[in-house]
Structure formats: structure tokens, C-alpha cells
Design a protein around this ligand. Structure first.
Ligand code: ATP
Ligand code: MG
Length: 317
């Protein structure tokens, strides 16, 4: 459905996106993860045809566009974009916002009415469509902004941090909407800083400093990032000598360690050191061993948060 080939974006001398390539399938929920400034929004802006890349190209269905081929206009009717910054007018009602947007997109009256009824029902808005956007809870505002991006019934939908600043319950509701869109065959490209949300993606591209450093399903990312598993230790059971040794090896990049709730998660880049520490400190256990002993395995197994910490911060590159 969508393919990005060798995409690079340079602002003056700063390289924001470096030689990025990936494909997204029809009906897939594809996530872009990365720390602030990793290049997610820049990549999305190129895919939407809003920014001409320094090199590389994007293919959406049969249309190819890039540095030397500015045909992005052709795909505008097929894509919907919910940008990172809130884009609705606070001092207009929901319906006035939608009407204004429809007029900008030159959407025909009949089609507008159909979509308005459909989206109104989809979001169970009822009479709320006459309310000022400024009066809405943040979760509903984001749903209305999503609907605005869907007015022309696009095939591919870009959602840039759609749930930032939204309550956990409203985030869950928003993700239910995203899943129904994918079930209808819409292709979704989404960025998020929430790892629990990232679990809903079929595949994830992890970006660091403009590059994709990993790309796979959430489950494969966990297994591939930690082929030898993760060690866990209850922080209160950690002798200070173990803390000192861990810090020393962490500085030498021979392991990575981070606090995780009441625990510390530790991944050994050097297995010899791992075996040595495990033999000397019985409180240090491989998470699978701990899970076997009937402790709460969910908090102890590797999570996407662990993958993110390890790949983005853990390795010397
Ligand atoms: N128009 C621009 N001119 C100069 N630098 C820019 C421009 N747009 C983005 N950048 C820089 O490019 C880098 C990538 O920015 P981008 O907005 O793509 O990151 P991001 O991954 O979306 O981050 P966040 O999670 O904070 O939204 C950043 O260092 C940013 O400051
Ligand atoms: Mg961004």
C-alpha cells in the first residue's frame, strides 16, 4: 500500500531523517516509535506530501513522489492526516469545524451529509456536534480531530501522537476507533510515546536520530532484542556491592540496567559477566526462572518499554 525508499531529509546541515526505508501493508496498523526529535513527524510529513525530501521517494499505491518528482498532490484525496498539534478551531462547534474543513477540501454537499451522519454515529456524538470544541474533554477533542481527518474517507490515515495528553480510558477508546478503521481495511500509520499503545501495532519501526534501528512485530522485537532474556531483581533485595558492579559495567556498556517498578531489569551484553554476577548474587534471576516460581510474570517479562530503553539508550553505536 505504501513504500518509503531511502528517504533522507536535511534541514540546513542537520540530517533529521537518514536513509529510511519501509513498507506498510493495506489494513495494517504500523507504528513509528522514537524519542523526541527522532524524525517521526518529519517522515510522516514527507509521506503526506507536505515536505519534499532531500533524497529518496515514497510510493502510495501506484503514485511515486520524492525529491525530483513532486506528484504528491495526486495522493491527497487518498490520505488523512491528524497532525501532532491540535488543529481544530476552539471557538467553533464540532459541526462548524467539520463544515469548514469540508469546504476547504471541496467536499460535495451530499457526500458531506453522508459522512457527517456516519461519523456522528461512529463517535456517538448525538447533540454534542453543536458544542464548542473548547468545551470538550481532551479525549473527545481528539476523536473529533480524527473524524476531521476521515471526512473524505481516505485509505491511508496518518496519526501523529493522537493520544498525547489524553486520559487512559479515553486512550483506550481512541484505540478501539483505530482498530475498527483497520478492520475496515484502512491503513494506519501512527506515532506514540505510550508503549502500551504500541502493543496494538502489527509492526513497529523504532527510530533513533533519524534512522530506523529496528522494525518488526512487538513480539519479535522483544525476542530479538533479548535473545538471552532479561534479568530481574527486586530493588530492595539488591546489595550495594551488586549496585556498584552493575553501575561499573553499565558505564563500560557491558550491560544495561534500568529501574522497572519495584524491580531492576538488567540485560547483559557480555554473557560471561552475566553468568558471573548471577552465580555470586542469587537475588539476580532470569525473568523466565522467576516466572516459573509463580511470581507475577507480567511485571517481570520483557516489555516494549524494555526494548525501547535497550535499543534507544543501551547500546554503544
Ligand atoms: N522545519 C525544520 N527545520 C529545522 N529542523 C527541523 C524542522 N523540523 C524538524 N526539525 C528537526 O528535526 C528533528 C526531527 O524532528 P521531528 O519533529 O521529526 O521529530 P519527532 O520524532 O517527531 O519528535 P517528537 O517525538 O518530539 O514529536 C528534530 O531535531 C527537529 O528539531
Ligand atoms: Mg513528532
Amino acid at each position: 500500500m505504501l513504500e518509503v525508499r531511502n528517504l533522507s531529509v536535511t534541514f540546513d546541515n542537520f540530517v533529521a531523517v537518514k536513509n529510511v526505508s519501509f513498507k506498510v501493508n493495506k489494513g495494517e496498523i504500523f507504528g513509528l516509535l522514537g524519542a523526541n526529535g527522532a524524525g517521526k513527524t518529519t517522515t510522516i510529513r514527507v509521506m503526506c506530501g507536505l515536505l519534499i525530501p532531500s533524497s529518496g521517494e515514497v510510493q502510495i499505491a501506484e503514485t511515486v513522489f520524492g525529491k525530483n518528482n513532486n506528484t504528491a498532490e495526486l495522493i491527497k484525496s487518498r490520505i488523512g492526516y491528524m497532525s501532532q498539534k491540535f488543529t481544530l478551531y476552539d471557538d467553533l462547534t464540532i459541526e462548524e469545524n467539520w463544515k469548514f474543513l469540508a469546504s476547504l477540501r471541496k467536499i460535495k454537499k451530499d457526500f458531506y451529509k453522508k459522512r457527517c451522519d456516519y461519523l456522528n454515529q461512529w463517535l456517538s456524538l448525538g447533540d454534542k456536534k453543536n458544542k464548542l470544541v473548547s468545551s470538550l474533554a481532551s479525549g473527545l477533542k481528539q476523536q473529533v480531530a480524527l473524524a476531521a481527518a476521515l471526512f473524505h474517507d481516505p485509505d491511508i490515515i496518518f496519526l501523529d501522537e493522537p493520544t498525547a495528553g489524553v486520559s487512559p480510558f479515553a486512550r483506550m477508546q481512541f484505540w478501539n476507533l483505530i482498530k475498527t478503521l483497520a478492520e475496515q481495511g484502512k491503513t494506519i500509520i501512527v506515532t506514540t510515546h505510550y508503549m502500551d499503545e504500541a502493543e496494538n501495532c502489527a509492526r513497529l519501526a523504532l527510530m533513533r536520530a533519524g534512522e530506523i534501528i529496528a522494525l518488526d512485530s512487538p513480539e519479535h522485537l522483544k525476542v530479538q532484542t533479548f535473545p538471552n532474556g532479561i534479568c530481574v531483581v527486586l530493588e530492595e533485595k539488591m546489595p550495594s556491592s551488586l549496585k556498584d558492579e552493575i553501575q561499573k559495567y553499565k558505564n563500560e556498556k557491558l550491560l544495561n540496567a534500568w529501574p522497572y517498578g519495584l524491580y531492576y531489569h538488567i540485560v547483559f551484553h557480555d554473557q560471561k559477566i552475566g553468568n558471573d554476577l548471577k552465580s555470586r548474587y542469587p537475588c539476580l534471576q532470569l525473568h523466565t526462572d522467576v516466572a516459573d516460581s509463580n511470581l507475577i510474570s507480567a511485571t517481570l517479562s520483557a516489555t516494549l518499554e524494555d526494548v525501547f530503553i535497550e535499543l534507544v539508550e543501551g547500546k554503544a553505536r
